[in-house]
Design a protein. Sequence first.
Length: 426
Amino acid sequence: MAEKVLSARFETADSMSLATYQADGGYTALKKALEMKPEEVIEVVKASGLRGRGGAGFPAGLKWSFVPKESDKPKYLCVNADEGEPGTFKDRYIMELDPHAIIEGSAITCYAFGSNVAYIYVRGEFKLPIKRLEQALAEARQAGLVGKNVLESGFDFEMWVHPGAGAYICGEETALIESNEGHRGMPRLKPPFPAVVGLFGGPTVVNNVETLAFVPHIINKGAEWFAGLGPEKNGGTKLYGVSGHVKKPGIYELPMGTPLREIIYDHCGGIRNDRELKAVIPGGSSTPVLTADEIDVNMDFDSLAKIGSMLGSGAIIVMDQTTCMVRAITRLGKFYAHESCGQCTPCREGVPWIHKILERIENGQGRVGDIDLLLSICDNIQGNTICPLGDACAMPVRGFIDKFSPEFEEHIEKGKCPIGPFVKPW
Ligand SMILES: Cc1cc2nc3c(=O)[nH]c(=O)nc-3n(C[C@H](O)[C@H](O)[C@H](O)COP(=O)(O)O)c2cc1C
């Protein structure tokens, strides 16, 4: 049985309370970290190989080390709990079932890069996670774990829950900062990077919930232990969230680099109704799709990059033979068209245009040249916008066309969907 780290307490009765968290060793890592020098904490996290679990996989300790030591403005931690990427549903488990792990991880992180304030930016629809976080913060505050002079160490730490209003773009780190400041969530140009100029103009670290929840475990059990859980440069375990046409969808905590085939067939019980596998989106809707022949890939950042896709948020969407690939990408295109913030012309104009073309192909009204037109719109979006939302649409569109072009061509030539009309399984 693979070692459970983040999900080890998910089945504990009353796992969200301070009493059970402390009974399981909670907040001992904070105590230990506060007895170390901040630079030592950063070094341990660097050596652990912890990479950001929000999508890009940037090394966490390295990000913290970019924050200038001296600053005339306060420094901030923004915990990214927006969880907006379609297919992703892992952070909510941590917030609902182990909120103190996030608070402890955030306190240690703030101590490491010299901040005294953390905001947790939670998507607005997450009512229960918001409630659990507020309850956990109130308990931690009362116990002297949050507030002035934490554990009588001289370190002050405040943390606030900031509910968002349900926009995908607010998960992008600079849009999150704008929204956290009370502005409309629109991405900022980089540089300057948030580590230098971020929230309220102060140096800011933005980290995903899952990333931060690992931090107490790394401090307690050591960098070597964490690094050894996964392959080189991909330390730790990962909460893989599997949805779609598998027999047992859900959250599976497994070592980084677990083969995709093993996740689908061993852990998730295979394809529902024992149908044939057609395609898999490996890391949330913006990551390029894989065919059934590509599932022997190891699910870590580097192995997926090698085959032209991404680990992203680790949200695995499984599609069986009954899936129309044109319909699937049309639905995703609709999402991105709706969520474009409108700031950059290539994204604001290009993404809804992509959706319009996909929709007509799916409806049997596709035109000769539509596939080339789609690819040329993708070319004009990719790399030409302030943030990667446009790319997050263009990359999967390109991937679906690359891997399943005969299906697109058949729709256009025959003027109908070869799979037949969509039948709701529910
Ligand atoms: C359009 C868009 C949406 C994003 N949504 C999320 C999100 O919901 N949650 C998240 O953690 N990161 C999201 N990200 C990634 C963040 O910008 C950022 O890389 C991440 O929060 C950094 O944390 P990490 O280093 O711990 O992964 C998004 C990025 C983009 C471009």
